[in-house]
Design a protein around this ligand. Sequence first.
Ligand code: AMP
Ligand code: MG
Length: 422
Amino acid sequence: MAAQPEQASILSFEEARAVVEDHASHLQPRGRELLAVLDAQGRVLAEPIHADRDFPPFPRATRDGYAIRASDLENLPTDLQIVGEIKAGGTPTGLAVQSGQGVSIMTGAPVPDGADAVVMLEHTKHAGDHVQVTRRVAANENIVAAGAEAKRGDKLLSPGVRIGYAEIAVAASVGRPRLVAYAKPRVAVLSTGDEIVDIDVPPGPNQIRNSNTYSLAAQIQDAGGDPVLLPIAPDEPARLRELLLEGLEADLLLIAGGVSMGKYDLVEQVLAELKAEFVFTGAQIQPGKPVVFGRMPCGADTLVRETDSVAKYFFGLPGNPVSTMVTFELFAKPMLEALAGMPPRKLVFTHAKLKSEIRTRIGLKRFLPAVLSGEFERCEVELVRWQGSGDIASIARSNCYVVIPPDRERIETGEWVPVLLR
Ligand code: AMP
Ligand code: MG
């Protein structure tokens, strides 16, 4: 009799997600690398980034106009004498604004001594060496004080942030052409199934091309990992076992297919024979109910190499392509992100108005492919037509998932529904 997972359990979506986040919070990235700032895009920062000077380093004019004394503008219009000009990059040495004077100033230029505000060009009339000011400004208006954004030495970025364009701007602004980032986790992808053929092979009439390996590889790359693509595993224990062991050499193993109740769904059985520990063997969701999460403990009596000092985690994702994609997003992604160096985070949902009613059955939390549309504040969402979780083209037509709680069988047009963006 084949070994069965001992701790088999089916959790609610919330329980399953919480348990994954908890395991993720104990993971460590593999190492660090020094990368050119643009090569670090999409990586996770492994060092704090500090301000190397005050930001801004000088009191900065935020408008083109005249640097003046706000107290000079009590009676309008007021005539001021222009005593100089400062452009961005200029030095206001020797310039000091006295009462009754103004200095012509450009956006990004340092405000000269004596001035405490900048009046916008639009509120002035220039004539010879005088300017007539027609609008009052408050003290400090249109000036950012030196050090107001950050003081030299302040921490601007913390380790664990994903490096995107804003983080790259911060690195550039403190003079960092290179950044220390965490190494990308290697994530093995193993698709299973006797009917699955690879994409460069002409499929027989009853065969299916392997899309899961490729969608998962793309999701892994998006989430900051390096996919390691394994050959397709047949529904046969010996070869499946070999490929599972190969996959367990990576930092995380994703198996697609072979986790349902069918006679040839062998993944759990073979993993159990390899002494895997199962954290859960299903979640009350649709699509993706048979999702499996577990780990292969390390140590002399297990098959994980002893050089690996940590347990290796795996997911068994249901093989229906939409289920594979959704369960990756809901469960595998936080593990991958943790291995990439990010602290685990909660899933973020937005809300949108339902464009046409949904009828379904109670019992499972559903994540249904949908299209979010509308303009400006009028956000609407509608399910895409689909033939179930095998319908790859339908998910490609969608841009989000509508989330339906397990106790609702009818959601009316016009109701606000939670939406998970993709
Ligand atoms: P399974 O989870 O193995 O029971 O597979 C469920 C459904 O997904 C079946 O219709 C499979 O043919 C299909 N499927 C499984 N693996 C893949 C794959 N790698 N690419 C595309 N479809 C797949
Ligand atoms: Mg199968």
